[in-house]
Design a protein around this ligand. Structure first.
Ligand code: FE2
Length: 464
């Protein structure tokens, strides 16, 4: 981020000086004004990231100044912190009523101001570009709330009833759904249930707008899993505060969950890598093969625009693709000479053995299919099933190309490593015959990028 720009408005030079010292660790460029009029001139001419204002000043008060900032479409997005020596609940309430993003008593400024600034700026960043789906049958509500939410930094998609909302939700996953309770057609209660039954939407927070008299229904809906309800009429500033709070809680939970999943995934990958290394230790020629194939396959997949999720599946499938060799007898696996037909048939079984090994693991079906299809060929000449073209799982097609490249450019018990150029020539000649054309094209891009460098798995195909 560029240097943030703050404005401090206070009629006391001593207070301005003290605050500048408190703010020094933030590293912001600080503009100062001694009253609201001077503050307004700066606000009108300078883009600001934050405004801190005193309340009691000659001329307009800080509360009136804050109210002006929040009503002015050009500045309504700019967060305002009120800094005041008035510390009663009523004073604090009045600050929030005029749209302040935070209220810091002067007596606590030394300890509270910097954390509060960080919190406010985080919240602003959080609202930026977050998509709210606003569902309300009243055109006026959609228009006024939509404008208010956009001014607060949100993106807004609107629907006039439940049916229209469900249509929007077929193609869009918003960050939060804000809906009316009573609508013609599907009512809010039914709509909530329908939304929550859709897997892709299950974690999207829902906020319901209701009247005071709907309290009993609302309590039931909270039990059913909506995040919050707000009673109409609600001021846009209060609504924005509620939505930001929910999104920041959601964001926090998501971060915790992401960390937990990443730790779990690393543990799984660590165990799989150890297992594969133990298997490959039987044969010095194929030692490191699976990790190397995985590294190449992930490099290729980057050129195919794989998502992080698909990348994770490919990572596991790549590491496990030859796991079935655990069932191949040593005298066949390690045989230096040419294999007999029967021995070759025995080696081929590794693709079905891997499927048997992985079958009991829940959620591994696509990994299993990908691992067991790495010897299938585009023209149907491969094994074990003789699948053709797009019948072969995409990940299996990528691993096939990576597997051939790694095998050709590594020493084998029966021959020395071939050059990278020879392997690339063979793969290029096999484009659309033995190998998926799209995968070969992506492979060639990868090879051009890292020609001759043999990557290891876990680095997204980037060399060590
Ligand atoms: Fe294999």
């Amino acid at each position: 981020m560029d240097t943030p720009k703050f404005l401090i408005v206070d009629d006391s030079n001593a207070a301005l000086y003290a605050l500048e010292r408190i703010l020094a660790p933030v590293g912001a460029k600080i503009h100062v004004a001694h009253d609201a009029a001077e503050g307004q001139r700066i606000v009108e001419n300078t883009p600001l990231d934050l405004i801190i204002t005193d309340v009691d000043m000659p001329g307009r008060s800080g509360l009136e100044f804050c109210d002006w900032i929040k009503r002015n479409p050009g500045t309504a997005d700019t967060p305002v912190i009120i800094l005041s020596s008035r510390e009663t609940d009523r004073d604090i309430d009045r600050g929030f009523e005029v749209g302040a993003d935070a209220y810091v008593p002067k007596s606590a400024a030394g300890s509270d101001m910097v954390p509060r600034i960080e919190q406010v700026l985080d919240r602003v960043a959080l609202a930026r570009d977050r998509l709210i789906l606003l569902i309300d049958d009243s055109k006026a509500v959609r228009s006024i709330m939509g404008d208010g939410l956009r001014r607060a930094g949100f993106k807004v998609e609107a629907a006039q009833n439940g049916e229209e909302a469900l249509e929007v939700l077929d193609s869009v996953v918003p960050d939060l759904i804000l809906m009316d309770l009573i609508m013609p057609g599907i009512n809010g209660l039914e709509l909530c249930r329908e939304i929550q039954s859709r897997e892709a939407l299950a974690s999207v927070p829902i906020v319901v707008m209701s009247r005071v008299s709907d309290k009993v229904v609302m309590r039931r809906m909270i039990q059913d899993g909506i995040s919050a309800y707000v009673t109409k009429p609600i001021g846009i500033n209060n609504l924005v505060q509620v939505l930001k709070r929910i999104l920041s809680e959601q964001f926090h939970l998501m971060r915790v969950e992401q960390k937990r999943l990443a730790a779990e995934r690393n543990l799984t990958l660590g165990s799989i890598t150890s297992l594969v290394r133990a298997l490959e230790a039987r044969d010095k020629y194929t030692c490191g093969h699976s990790e190397s194939v995985t590294g190449i396959a992930m490099g290729v997949a980057r050129h195919l625009g794989f998502s992080n999720n698909d990348m994770a599946r490919l990572h596991i499938a790549g590491l496990l693709h030859d796991l079935g060799k655990i069932g191949v007898r040593d005298n066949v696996l390690l045989k230096p000479g040419k294999l007999t037909d029967a021995e070759y048939e025995h080696i081929k079984e590794h693709t079905t053995v891997v499927a048997d090994i992985l079958a009991p693991l829940p959620g591994m079906k696509d990994v299993l299919l990908a691992a067991s299809s790495h010897h299938e060929r585009w023209d149907g000449s491969g094994y074990p099933k003789g699948l053709k073209g797009e019948e072969i799982p995409f990940i299996g097609r990528i691993i096939a190309v990576a597997d051939v490249y790694d095998a050709m450019t590594s020493d084998r018990v029966y021959r020395k490593a071939l050059s990278g150029e020879t392997a690339v020539k063979t793969i290029t000649e096999g484009r659309g015959v033995l190998f998926c054309p799209e995968c070969v094209d992506a492979f060639l891009k990868w090879h051009k990028e890292f020609s001759g460098v043999r990557p290891k798995a876990g680095l997204n195909g980037r060399p060590e």
